[in-house]
Design a protein around this ligand. Structure first.
Ligand code: HEC
Length: 217
């Protein structure tokens, strides 16, 4: 019994010490916040940084999917891949053929789920879109896409849609591999819509656009 009592006393002493530390931290925080007006202003993150963070995650996921899933599939759009190890085809018609989605489709499937959450939206768009959902919408997207395609640089700006203010950022989507260009150049929809547009490696093929809704400010 003595052992249990000692043990309880130790716990009580430690709990009191812990609460004292918490209170000390809270009092320090309150007294600091009451100082200069700058110190009491709400700490916000620059929306440009937020967009950069979101874009980093989106790019990382797309690259990881391409590198670690697509490159292990035996067949990519009907073409055999020697280094493939999984008996599965990565193909646009994955739902009809029990295959797996292409990276751009995987990206869109993710964006459809994330956009439902209502915090912000993102999309992969292009002047030379295969999928109609990837057409530029509104002034910002059209202007930014044209500027970005020409300069290869990201474009960021504020815009207002239906009374709601947004911070929008568009990042170039580059043909980093030969496969990006050849698959698009030979796609039946591309050939029909943009017969004169031939992508080459390092071309800007489109852009990732992120729209972050802002408060009344
Ligand atoms: C095997 C074929 C294939 C490869 C390889 C491929 N794409 Fe695509 N890409 C597509 C298809 C099909 C779509 C439309 C997907 C959808 O329905 O959402 C698409 C969509 C896109 C879009 C959105 C605009 C549009 O056309 O709908 C961009 C931008 C894009 N791809 C860039 C790239 C880049 C950059 C690479 C290389 C890193 C790449 N693609 C590799 C087939 C391919």
């Amino acid at each position: 019994m003595a052992f249990i009592e000692n043990w309880l006393t130790t716990i009580r002493t430690r709990t009191v010490a812990f609460i004292a530390i918490i209170l000390a931290v809270a009092v320090t925080a309150v007294s600091c916040a009451g100082g200069t007006p700058e110190a009491s202003a709400p700490a916000g993150i620059d929306p440009s940084k937020v967009a950069d963070y979101i874009h980093t995650v989106l790019e990382a996921d797309r690259t990881a999917y391409t590198k670690h899933v697509i490159s292990r599939a035996k067949v990519l759009e009907g073409k055999e891949k020697e280094a493939g190890v999984l008996d599965v085809e990565a193909t646009e018609g994955w739902q009809q053929t029990d295959g797996i989605p292409l990276p751009a489709q995987m990206f869109r499937l993710g964006s459809e789920i994330a956009n439902e959450a209502g915090y912000f939206t993102y999309n992969l768009i292009s002047e030379w879109y295969i999928n109609d959902n990837h057409a530029p919408k509104g002034d910002f997207e059209e202007t930014a896409l044209a500027t970005m395609t020409e300069t290869g640089e990201a474009v960021k700006d504020y815009q207002e849609i239906g009374g709601q203010k947004y911070y929008s950022a568009m990042y170039p989507d580059i043909a980093v591999a030969e496969a990006c260009a050849t698959c698009h150049n030979t796609h039946p929809v591309h050939l029909e819509r943009y017969p004169d547009k031939v992508f080459e490696v390092n071309d800007v093929m489109g852009g990732v656009v992120i729209n972050i809704p802002l408060g009344d400010a």
